[in-house]
Design a binder for this molecule. Structure first.
Ligand code: SAM
Length: 244
């Protein structure tokens, strides 16, 4: 059916591509992609021959009206290089304009590094705040961290290996020494999730920038130790004893 399809793709393990995502990628009239070389790999895996058109930060404004027009009669799929489109990736304005034009927007949900890391970290998950990438300039970075210091939620940040140590040190400085986790290469061969306080993690990575893709998870303020599964179980058992 015509319209816009937001298609999540794997963040490392091709086995995470959902059957529904495959079906849409095989049948879409056109697939808007961040980087056609990256998505070409996925197309080969699928045996898909569909047409790709680039849609990235540098051409989005120019090509968006054409894509919106095509949605009236064609199925237009949007993928990013990895994970869920629109999450630290292009696509928000495409969805906004598709809606404004009255087109159907459908999502094919799937992998997202932010949520995957949150489920690995062993830190509270009831409230979380996604910051995406911190600014690279020192002053802007400190400001961005100060802005979220009082938020009573677990924080999720994307980061690159070379900047990890400095980012962790800046987080410790701006937030206090909270519990945190560094999730790396999620769903890939060398997946790991290292936990510790922000200063411990900053020291660990200061002179040893890790390879690969990274998500930082930081506990909410005043959460000295991560809640354990037992805590939840005990609370539940206590609540049950109070039931009539
Ligand atoms: N849209 C993507 C998503 O849904 O996760 C995120 C795109 S963003 C441009 C890329 C960043 O996501 C990387 O720099 C890294 O911080 C994080 N990331 C992506 N894949 C990852 C993985 N397999 N393990 C850890 N982090 C990952």
């Amino acid at each position: 059916a015509p319209g816009l399809y937001i298609v999540a793709t794997p963040i490392g393990n091709l086995g995470d591509l959902s059957p529904r995502a495959s079906q849409i990628l095989l049948s879409a009239d056109i697939v808007a992609v961040e980087d056609s070389r990256v998505t070409a790999g996925l197309f080969r895996h699928l045996g898909a021959k569909g047409r790709m058109t680039p849609y990235h930060d540098h051409n989005a404004d120019a090509v968006r009206p054409g894509l919106i027009a095509r949605m009236a009669s064609e199925a237009v799929a949007l993928v990013s290089d990895a994970g869920t489109p629109l999450i630290s990736d292009p696509g928000f304005k495409l969805v906004r304009d598709a809606r404004a034009a009255g087109h159907t927007v459908t999502t094919i949900p799937g992998p997202c590094a932010a949520v995957a890391a949150l489920t690995l970290a062993g830190l509270p998950t009831d409230r979380f705040f996604f910051l995406g990438f911190l600014p690279s300039k020192l002053h802007a970075r400190a400001e961005a961290i100060a802005e979220v210091a009082a938020i009573r939620a677990t924080l999720i940040l994307y980061e690159s290996g070379p900047r990890l140590g400095a980012a962790l040190a800046a987080l410790a400085e701006g937030l206090g020494d909270r519990e945190a986790a560094v999730a790396r290469e999620i769903t890939k061969k060398f997946e790991e999730c290292v936990t510790g306080t922000l200063t411990e993690l900053a020291a660990r990575y200061a002179d040893a920038p890790p390879r690969g893709e990274i998500v930082i998870i930081v506990a909410p303020p005043g959460e000295a130790a991560p809640a354990t599964a037992e805590d939840g179980d005990t609370a539940l058992a206590e609540a049950l004893t109070r039931l009539p």
